[in-house]
Write a protein that binds this ligand. Structure first.
Ligand code: GLN
Length: 195
């Protein structure tokens, strides 16, 4: 059984934990560095990336998380979690840091006030049919990506909203709130393959 941690400083970590548990993972909530020991994968939830950044730094988790990411731990970030994984944040709050690892530039709150939150059906070739019903909540978008990044889904305007790079997976939207478990199952496959 894959042991998967969910960063539980803030945000919708309970929803991720429930989906991963339903898929058979052995889930633990991560709030301190020692809890990273022994996990095979990690999920960074949605929420507010600037708050998670501050909490991660004040709980001395940011350094150990960076080390785990560069050591190859499979990590899946949704929304704020994708922002945490980005090497470059556009429109971050003053002093906001990320953990990094994904060679992307991510814009926070990329969809303006009128489209702050919206839902759309996204074709995602690696997941097959039907398209994924994607829920965007004050969501970020990936505006630029380096050559090692594979775009998994883009909006009609070309902005990327799901990306993969080696051990890292990120989505602008929130599969954990829709009942569609395909993204989490895809991530658990990555975790299993890397064990
Ligand atoms: N706007 C949030 C941020 O900047 C992300 C929103 C979300 O995770 N639903 O972190």
């Amino acid at each position: 059984t894959a042991r998967v941690g969910v960063l539980a400083l803030q945000g919708d970590f309970r929803e991720h934990a429930a989906v991963l548990t339903s898929l058979g993972a052995d889930v633990s909530l991560i709030r301190r560095p020692s809890e990273l020991t022994g996990i095979d994968g990690l999920v960074l939830p949605g929420g507010e990336s600037s708050v998670m950044d501050k909490l991660a730094r004040s709980f001395d988790l940011a350094g150990p998380l960076r080390e785990a990411i560069s050591a190859g731990l499979p990590v899946y970030g949704t929304c704020a979690g994708l922002i945490l994984l980005a090497d470059r944040i556009l429109d971050g709050i003053a002093g906001q840091q990320s953990l990094g690892g994904l060679d992307v530039s991510v814009r926070r709150n990329a969809f303006g006030s009128q489209l702050d939150s919206f839902e759309t059906d996204l074709p995602i070739p690696i997941l097959g049919d039907p398209p994924v019903h994607a829920v965007f909540i004050r969501a970020p978008a990936v505006e630029a990506a380096g050559p090692a990044v594979t775009p998994l889904a883009s909006l009609p305007d070309g902005r990327m909203v799901a990306v993969e790079q080696g051990n890292l997976l990120g989505t602008s939207f929130h599969p954990e709130v829709t009942g569609d478990t395909r993204f989490h199952a895809y991530f658990l496959d990555k975790v299993e393959r890397s064990r």
